[in-house]
Design a protein around this ligand. Structure first.
Ligand code: PLP
Ligand code: COI
Length: 356
C-alpha cells in the first residue's frame, strides 16, 4: 500500500468547454503522479503534484537506449457520477511483464492500481462525458541514471499523466484504410513486441509515414521472419470475420497482448461465436476477400476502442471490406465494450471497476 503525498495546486487550468473537440492526447490535467526508484531503496516517495516539466540530465539513460515502459487505460464517469476504470489490473500485470523484459524493477500490481485510482480521483472533474470521450490515463517509467554505458539503470521515475480525449482516429467510427507493410517489420519473436515500450513505436514510424503518404491511416505489420503472417496494427490488435468465424492472430511473443483483444474474444465466445486465435497469412486474407468470405475487419485497443477497417492494401491488391462501412459485429462490439466501460450496460465479467 502506497503512502501517497499530495501537493495540490489552487491554480487550476481552464477545462475544455462542453462539446469542444478534444482530439487525442493533446490536453493534460492539473496534476500528475510521480514515484522514484533507487537501487537498494526500492520504489519510494509516491506523490501527486501539479503537472509540470521534469528536469533530467542529457546523459539520462532513457534518452539514449530507450529503457522505458508505458501503459494506456481510460476512466469514465457513469450516469450516477461515479468514476469507472476498465480492467486496470490487466494494465498493471502487463506493466510487470514489460518491465521484466526491459530490466526495469517491477511495480506491484496493487500499487500501480492504487496510484491510478488516486490520481483519477484527484482529477475527477476532468473526466469528459460527451459520447466517445474519456479520460486517457498514461502511466510510464523512464530510466534516469546519468551514464552513457549500456546497462540497466539503477534509478527510475514512474509517472502517470491524464488527458481528456476523444476518438483516436480523426475519422471516429468511420472505417479506416490500413496498409499491410511488406518491407519494414516492427518486432520479432524473442524481441520485445509483447512489451509496451517506446522502441516498438519508434520502429513503426517509417512504415507509418509511408502508409500516410499513400492515404492510409495505419500500418498492419507482418511477422518479422517470413513476412507472411498478420501480426497487429500500430496501436491496436486486429480481428477478421471469415466465413462467420472470428479470427485473430495468436499471441506469439511479438504482438501486444491487448486488453481490448482479450475482452473482445471473451465477449464473442459468450455470444456463441467461433473464435480462432491462429496464424493468418496475408495471402489467406486476399483469397478470402476475393471469394467474398471476408465479412469484416476491425482493430481493438484502448485508444482505438473498436475501429472498423474498410480497406486493406497488400502489395498490388486493395481489398474493400464490408462495402467500406462498419460491420454488424464491429458495431455490436463497440456498443457492448463502451456500454460496459461507461456503466450503461450490465457487466457480466466484472471488468468495470468503480473508484471509491
Ligand atoms: N497493439 C499495440 C501496438 C498497441 O499500442 C495497443 C494499444 O494499447 C494495442 C495493441 C491494444 O492494446 P489494449 O487493448 O490493451 O489497449
Ligand atoms: C493505447 O491504446 O492505450 C495505446 O497505447 C495506443 C497508443 C500508442 C496511442
Amino acid at each position: 500500500m502506497l503512502n501517497i503525498r499530495y501537493q495540490l495546486t489552487e491554480n487550476l487550468k481552464k477545462k475544455p468547454e462542453k462539446g469542444q473537440p478534444l482530439g487525442f492526447g493533446k490536453i493534460v490535467t492539473d496534476h500528475m503522479f510521480m514515484m522514484n526508484y533507487t537501487e537498494g531503496l526500492g520504489w519510494h516517495d509516491p506523490r501527486i503534484v501539479p503537472y509540470q516539466h521534469i528536469s533530467l540530465a542529457p546523459t539520462a539513460m532513457v534518452f539514449h537506449y530507450g529503457q522505458t515502459m508505458f501503459e494506456g487505460l481510460k476512466a469514465y464517469l457513469d450516469e450516477e457520477g461515479r468514476v469507472r476504470l476498465f480492467r486496470p489490473d490487466m494494465n498493471a500485470k502487463r506493466a510487470i511483464n514489460s518491465n521484466r523484459r526491459l530490466c526495469i524493477p517491477e511495480i506491484p500490481e496493487e500499487d500501480f492500481v492504487q496510484a491510478v485510482k488516486a490520481l483519477v480521483k484527484t482529477e475527477k472533474d476532468w473526466i469528459p462525458t460527451e459520447p466517445g470521450t474519456s479520460l486517457y490515463i498514461r502511466p510510464f517509467v523512464i530510466a534516469t541514471d546519468e551514464f552513457l554505458g549500456v546497462a540497466p539503470s539503477k534509478t527510475y521515475l514512474f509517472m502517470i499523466i491524464l488527458s481528456p480525449s476523444g476518438a483516436y482516429y480523426a475519422s471516429g467510427l468511420e472505417p479506416v484504410g490500413i496498409w499491410i507493410e511488406d518491407d519494414y517489420v516492427r518486432a520479432v519473436r524473442g524481441g520485445m513486441g509483447f512489451a509496451k515500450t517506446g522502441g516498438n513505436y519508434a520502429a513503426s514510424l517509417a512504415g507509418q509515414v509511408k502508409a500516410h503518404n499513400d492515404g492510409y491511416s495505419q500500418v498492419l505489420w507482418l511477422d518479422g521472419v517470413e513476412r507472411k503472417y498478420i501480426e497487429e496494427v500500430g496501436a491496436m490488435n486486429i480481428f477478421f470475420v471469415i466465413d462467420g468465424k472470428v479470427v485473430t492472430p495468436m499471441l506469439n511473443g511479438s504482438i501486444l497482448p491487448g486488453i481490448t483483444r482479450d475482452s473482445v474474444i471473451t465477449l464473442c465466445k459468450s455470444w456463441g461465436l467461433d473464435v480462432e486465435e491462429r496464424r493468418i497469412s496475408a495471402d489467406e486474407l486476399i483469397e478470402a476477400q476475393k471469394a467474398g468470405r471476408l465479412d469484416e475487419c476491425f482493430g481493438t485497443g484502448t485508444a482505438a476502442v473498436i475501429s472498423p477497417v474498410g480497406k486493406l492494401r497488400y502489395k498490388d491488391d486493395v481489398m474493400e471490406i464490408s462495402g467500406g462501412k462498419i460491420g454488424r459485429l464491429s458495431q455490436k462490439l463497440y456498443d457492448t465494450v463502451t456500454g460496459i466501460q461507461t456503466g450503461k450496460l450490465e457487466d457480466p465479467f466484472g471488468w468495470s471497476v468503480i473508484v471509491e
